[in-house]
Ligand binder design. Structure first.
Ligand SMILES: [Mg+2]
Length: 161
């Protein structure tokens, strides 16, 4: 049975403010030409400062070199390969040591599984892209209310993110 809890008087005791947040790389954090999405570092700093832990994963392998190239390694706690199907089993297959609480990805299926935000794809370098700030606000709403009305938010199949 699916039960959706709604929080009317935050902070909500069943909500964690120390989420394991997993970011995809291609078209989520970086464009086709490999440039970093505007605001990425500032939002990572804010998320870590808020108590969250950031992980990077990608369906095409370990992206440590990209994390280093963007000078984000001080804010990232792990880099993993991302399962592209059979997500739950894939965590074990790829040795992901923690359960993703909140997933940010331009690929909707994995977000629907774990909960998080389907990011607007970042294909081309755009200085005016504000998606990272929008993602941050959704994380804030999720932590406070357990939900967000923003486009792209997914609660996860178990309703708890
Ligand atoms: Mg992607």
């Amino acid at each position: 049975m699916l039960v959706t809890l709604t929080c009317f008087s935050p902070p909500c005791p069943w909500r964690r403010s120390d989420l394991n947040i997993f970011f995809d790389v291609d078209y989520t954090l970086q464009s086709m030409d490999g440039s970093l999405r505007p605001g990425a570092r500032a939002v990572f700093e804010q998320l870590v400062s808020d108590g969250h832990t950031i992980f990077i994963w990608s369906g095409v392998g370990l992206r440590t070199a990209d994390v280093e190239r963007h000078d984000l390694e001080d804010l990232v706690s792990g880099v993993y390969q991302k399962p592209l199907e059979d997500f739950e089993a894939g965590l074990e297959t790829f040795g992901v040591p923690v359960r993703p609480d909140f997933v940010i990805d331009d690929y909707p299926e994995i977000v629907t599984e774990f909960g998080g935000v389907v990011a607007r794809p970042y294909y081309f370098r755009q200085f005016k892209d504000t998606e990272m700030d929008r993602i941050y606000q959704i994380v804030r709403e999720y932590v406070e209310y357990g939900y967000s009305d923003e486009v792209g938010f997914r609660p996860g199949v178990n309703g708890a993110g």
